[in-house]
Design a protein around this ligand. Structure first.
Ligand code: HEC
Length: 123
């Protein structure tokens, strides 16, 4: 192994051990969500997939029984929402629908990761 490639390995290991929010001295990455983490939260811990479906199309197994049905997160209508609007819905839910608020169940960072992922679905 050459000297430079072993340095690269060390750097990669350091990246893995460093909390993502600390990598950017300006704190930008701490504020922004992580799309891959958001996807995992959507599918596992958040349980969003049960209603919104694996692609976010609003066609999850539990969603079929709901009225109003879960929002299609890939639709132009979803895309037209502002980030602040989507964030509020994830945090506080929407009254009169099955969409509950996740503020107490997920951390602020997890909600940001979800927001980033949800926004990526409607591109
Ligand atoms: C129990 C079923 C259910 C679960 C679980 C659920 N949702 Fe929802 N979601 C809904 C329903 C129903 C609506 C409201 C649809 C409407 O307003 O007509 C909604 C609306 C939304 C909206 C608003 C979209 C828009 O364009 O108005 C977002 C964003 C959203 N959900 C994200 C999530 C995320 C992220 C999770 C997981 C943390 C989640 N939902 C979990 C049922 C669910």
């Amino acid at each position: 192994m050459t000297r430079s490639s072993s340095m690269g390995m060390l750097f990669a290991a350091a990246m893995l051990l460093t909390p993502a929010g600390m990598l950017d001295p300006r704190g930008v990455s701490a504020a922004a969500g992580d799309v891959a983490k958001g996807k995992a939260l959507f599918e596992l811990k958040g349980g969003c997939v049960n209603c919104h479906g694996s692609g976010g199309g609003g066609d999850g197994p539990a969603g079929k029984m709901l009225a109003p049905p879960p929002a299609d997160l890939t639709s132009p209508k979803a895309k037209a929402k502002s980030g602040a609007d989507v964030l509020k819905t994830i945090q506080e839910g929407r009254s009169g629908t099955a969409m509950i608020g996740f503020k107490g169940q997920l951390t602020e960072q997890e909600i940001r990761d979800l927001l980033t992922y949800v926004r990526s679905l409607s591109k």
